[in-house]
Design a protein around this ligand. Structure first.
Ligand code: HEM
Length: 182
């Protein structure tokens, strides 16, 4: 994944747990260099190794790290100048969910080798949507839950998320049933 993602993991650990913890995490993940370049691509295993190392060093389950990272990603991208991009994606939380593919389409204009997930959002009730998530990456379900929570907070929307795993294992193809109060 692009270095922007790994930089966000580093930023999360440093701001919430301190520099010393980040040193421990990066050593455990056996990083040669933690100075990630936003626009360079890194093998996906580096991001997964960081999550696993953070889980051990911070004594939190990998699912908790991923969820916290999803929530943080919304704040981090805003801090890095992508807030306007999200704002233009929707005037409300739900409108934003309908336009997530367009959002990554616009991100891909600056990150040409982006391999984003794809989303499909369907209204399933007056205050409920089903968000289908399809990715060629595994194990990011809780990252998506955190992203949805972060996004909802940004729009001042209360949500409740129920995850329906598709297939026999976590295979990057899930449905998120989201009830919301705007
Ligand atoms: C302006 C805000 C955003 C930016 C700049 C952004 C950018 C990116 C980038 C650079 C990646 C790494 C992909 C790669 O390197 O191939 C990524 C992955 C991802 N993004 Fe976004 N994104 C944004 C907002 C969102 C939002 C709001 C969601 C969903 C609610 C989302 C869902 C994901 C997921 C789930 C992945 C992990 C990759 C996968 O599932 O295959 N992103 N995004």
């Amino acid at each position: 994944m692009y270095g922007l993602v790994n930089r966000a993991v580093r930023d999360l650990v440093i701001t919430q747990f301190g520099e010393a913890k980040w040193t421990a995490v990066s050593q455990r993940a056996e990083l040669d260099n933690d100075n990630f370049v936003c626009m360079s691509q890194y093998p996906d295993h580096i991001t997964y190794d960081l999550v696993s190392a953070a889980s051990k060093e911070l004594n939190l389950a990998p699912s908790e790290i991923l969820r916290a990272f999803g929530q943080y990603w919304i704040k981090y991208t805003a801090k890095e100048g992508y807030g306007e991009l999200i704002a233009r994606t929707g005037r409300s939380f739900v409108e934003c969910l309908h336009n997530l593919n367009d959002l990554h389409g616009r991100v891909a204009l600056t990150f040409p080798d982006l391999k984003p997930p794809s989303f499909q959002c369907k209204q399933t009730g007056p205050n409920e949507v089903a968000l289908h998530y399809i990715s060629h990456r595994d194990g990011l379900t809780l990252f998506v839950v955190g992203l949805l929570e972060g996004l909802a907070e940004l729009y001042g929307t209360e949500i409740n998320v129920r995850v329906e795993l598709k297939g026999s294992a976590d295979n990057g193809n899930d449905v998120f049933h989201i009830s919301y109060t705007e």
